[in-house]
Design a protein around this ligand. Structure first.
Ligand code: NAD
Length: 387
């Protein structure tokens, strides 16, 4: 058996890696650059860290700030129209997954015909056929891994869908933990658990390979051992560095091995209740893993060990159970509610959540245990009660 492994061509990681921005831009023959970010990041001066050195080097920059968290399709459509109208020759995204996902769309869909909706995975009718504008992605959260994936996630009326193609991969990713120092505890927690979910789902994925295993386990180690400190002591530089590397590695791991049940059930929580992506994953992670553990006990034992707990005296069955308990404890320790009730979701929502999650066949196909509609409902019910 062989696997295709895809990496973003160039990445800079580590403290102060943003200092490489101008030298990378210089490799492209560009003048007019669209910088895509969200209004808060502009307000706190993070965006200036991109525009100032570029302007000093003689580049023209236009800062687009109409980005909102968990961006709806309409926000993507508007940005693509703007990009087409103003004839930019490069796009740079600085922000969380929301800004980065929109940057990918801007760069690629702007050079294609039609609307973003035409290219959605579940309902689109058109295919991406060519590379877009050169792109650089600079994350300011340690979570989504968007800087190294070919996926752009959009919120629809009741769920989410993606545009995905290798042409959406960035030319350059710059993963500078210094940019995450200003993240509030709540966003650090949600995005950090998002990254942990990527690594765990990649590790137990049906498409896992020795390459993705190496990335996923290192990501699990780095994230699980730094997230509490990063949340409760946000000025701890080493915790921010570890979380940043962990999120980056988890991104490459899940891009190549895929995510599965946790994401399939999380998307409708985002779509129907506008719960942040990281929180949606966090509240479901222990319950999905608890439900599927008999299908991946050995791997869950590895995860427990990698999180820093010795499983030497435990059977695989016991270790997988303990792994679920530790994941639940971790979610609680970083201050995220560990039940759907905690997010004010009523029991009457479980049917429609199940309906939408069942449609995520691309994600569910990678689960180590097949999950049918009844299974999905049972998992939501356990997450509702928090048991
Ligand atoms: P986000 O981009 O929505 O940002 C969340 C909040 O954090 C925003 O209010 C933002 O202003 C703030 N923020 C970001 N960086 C900050 C900083 N350094 N200091 C202070 N505040 C900061 O959050 P996210 O979780 O990074 O991204 C979520 C989106 O990414 C969702 O739409 C999700 O579906 C998508 N996603 C994409 C992929 C992918 O592979 N493309 C993977 C997972 C999730």
């Amino acid at each position: 058996m062989s696997e295709k492994i895809t990496f973003t061509p160039i990445s800079y990681t580590g403290w102060d890696s943003l200092s490489h921005l101008v030298e990378e831009v210089e490799k492209f023959n560009v003048k007019k650059i669209l910088v895509i970010t969200d209004p808060f990041l502009k307000e706190i001066g993070l965006t200036d860290k991109v525009t100032h050195p570029l302007n000093e080097a003689g580049y023209i920059t236009d800062v687009y700030t109409d980005v909102v968290p968990e961006p709806p399709l309409a926000v993507g459509e508007k940005l693509v129209s703007y990009t087409r109208e103003h004839a930019f020759d490069m796009v740079i995204g600085i922000g969380g997954g929301s800004a980065l996902d929109l940057t990918k769309l801007a760069g690629v869909i702007a050079v294609h015909e039609g609307d973003v909706a035409d290219y959605l995975n579940l309902t689109g009718t058109k295919s991406i056929t060519k590379k877009g504008l050169p792109s650089i992605l600079i994350p300011t959260t340690s979570g989504t891994g968007s800087e190294v994936t070919n996926i752009s996630v959009l919120s629809l009326e009741t769920t989410k869908d993606v545009v995905t193609h290798d042409y959406l991969l960035a030319d350059v990713a710059i993963v500078d933990p210094a940019l995450t120092m200003s993240l509030p505890a709540k966003v650090t927690a949600a995005t950090g658990i998002d990254a942990l979910t990527h690594a765990i789902e990649a590790y137990v994925s049906k498409n896992a390979s020795p390459v993705t295993d190496a990335l996923a386990l290192q990501a699990i180690r780095l994230i699980s051992q730094s997230i509490r400190t990063a949340v409760h002591h946000g000025d701890n530089k080493q915790a921010r560095i570890d979380l940043s590397y962990g999120s980056y590695l988890a991104g490459i791991a899940f891009f190549n091995a895929g995510v599965a049940g946790v994401h399939a059930l999380a998307y409708p929580l985002g779509g129907q209740f506008h719960i942040a992506h990281g929180d949606s994953n966090a509240v479901l992670l222990p319950y999905v893993m608890g439900y599927i553990r008999s299908a991946c006990e050995k791997r869950m034992k590895d995860i427990l060990d990698t999180m820093g707990f010795s499983s030497t005296h435990l059977s695989q069955e016991e270790a997988s159970h303990r792994c679920v308990e530790e994941l639940k404890r971790l979610v609680e320790d970083v201050g995220i509610p560990s039940s759907l009730k905690g997010f004010n979701i009523g029991h009457d929502a479980l049917d429609s959540l199940t309906e939408d999650a069942t449609k995520q066949t691309r994600l569910l196909a990678r689960s180590p245990m097949e999950l049918c509609k009844e299974d999905i409902y049972t998992i939501y019910e356990a997450a509702f009660e928090g048991k």
